[in-house]
Write a protein that binds this ligand. Structure first.
Ligand code: SAM
Length: 304
């Protein structure tokens, strides 16, 4: 079961939904989508995980043509929406409880399973990265995506350990990391494997790169008074969303080095930030759902 995170905040920011077109870029367990549909919106949902697509089948039968699902990455927003505009585009980033709770998906350092971590099931798995990448590249990934200051030490120990026997499971990798940096020091301290697992997950799924593309593409689909709402769980994700939204609301042309032709078509549109700062998850919600503890949300609105 996945408890939708910051759903009340998302609904408050989205405003009236009846008759609107909402894109749920991260369908997951359909927690957001269900509420959008019950509020009277039409929903185009996206997810790259085949298991999420399977879960969406009951939505198709229950909501008919009010619901459409696109199986793929949210970078395919153009394909998912076609020529449609959207009144609300929402992304609730990261992984769902369905994914983290299934040991065989390999996302969790707390559960033993194959070292996989691919949301889509395609491409390089975390085990491939650990088996094949050279030491310096591994260290860079662990440092950049996991903000792990012991990245060099961990990469060195991984390379030494894999020469002796392959690192195939989450438990294998946890053991190797513990041999590099020590075992967990108590209930309150962070697990020593946490940052390396985060790094591998972000890298394997290209999460930060895809987020940048999604933000860019969203701007072309927002209707007048449309809102882009992004819930993040990680400082690196939030930084990308914050920088994008702040640059965009001040001067669309400022982002045009990245994608000049596309931004030219946005020059006459006006975007604002309803709140300058991110909206943090409430203590109340965290009490009921520990997994929401690092969540925060940002909103960008197109006013004309
Ligand atoms: C945190 S969950 C969303 C939960 C959802 N809001 C709910 O209430 O059930 C994130 C979902 O987004 C999907 N996802 C993450 N990155 C994606 C991407 N680039 N493209 C498509 N889906 C993605 C994951 O597979 C996962 O199912």
């Amino acid at each position: 079961m996945h408890d939708p995170v910051m759903l009340t905040n998302v609904l408050n920011s989205a405003g009236e939904l009846a008759g609107k077109c909402v894109v749920d870029c991260t369908f997951g367990g359909g927690g957001y989508t269900k509420v959008f549909l019950d509020e009277g919106a039409s929903v185009v949902a996206i997810d790259k995980d085949p298991a999420a697509i399977e879960r969406s089948k009951s939505f198709e039968s229950e909501y008919g043509d009010k619901f459409h699902i696109h199986h793929g990455s949210f970078v395919e927003l153009d394909e998912a929406l076609g020529a449609w505009g959207a009144d609300v585009i929402v992304a609730d980033l990261g992984i769902s409880s369905f994914q983290v709770d299934q040991a065989e998906r390999g996302f969790s350092f707390m559960k033993d399973g194959p070292l996989d971590m691919r949301m889509s099931g395609d491409g390089l798995s975390a085990a491939d990265v650990i088996a094949d990448f050279e030491e310096e590249r591994l260290a860079n990934i662990i440092y950049m995506y996991g903000e792990e200051r012991l990245s060099r030490r961990i990469a060195k120990v991984i390379v030494k350990a894999r020469a002796e026997s392959p690192i195939k499971t989450t438990a294998d990798l946890v053991r190797v990391i513990e041999s590099a940096v020590g075992r967990p020091k108590g209930k309150k301290s962070k697990h020593p494997a946490m940052r390396t697992f985060m790094a591998l997950r972000l890298f394997v799924n290209q999460e930060l790169e895809d987020l940048e593309v999604l933000l860019e593409k969203s701007m072309h689909h927002l209707n007048e008074n449309g809102k882009l709402i992004v819930v993040t769980f990680h400082s690196l994700e939030d930084r990308i969303v914050k920088q994008f939204m702040h640059r965009f609301k001040t001067k669309p042309a400022a982002v045009s080095e990245v994608w000049p032709e596309a931004h030219a078509s946005l020059q006459d549109k006006v975007f604002v930030l309803p709140a300058r700062k991110s909206i943090k998850v409430s203590e109340e919600e965290v009490k009921n759902n520990r997994r929401a503890r690092s969540a925060q949300m940002r909103v960008l609105e197109r006013v004309s």
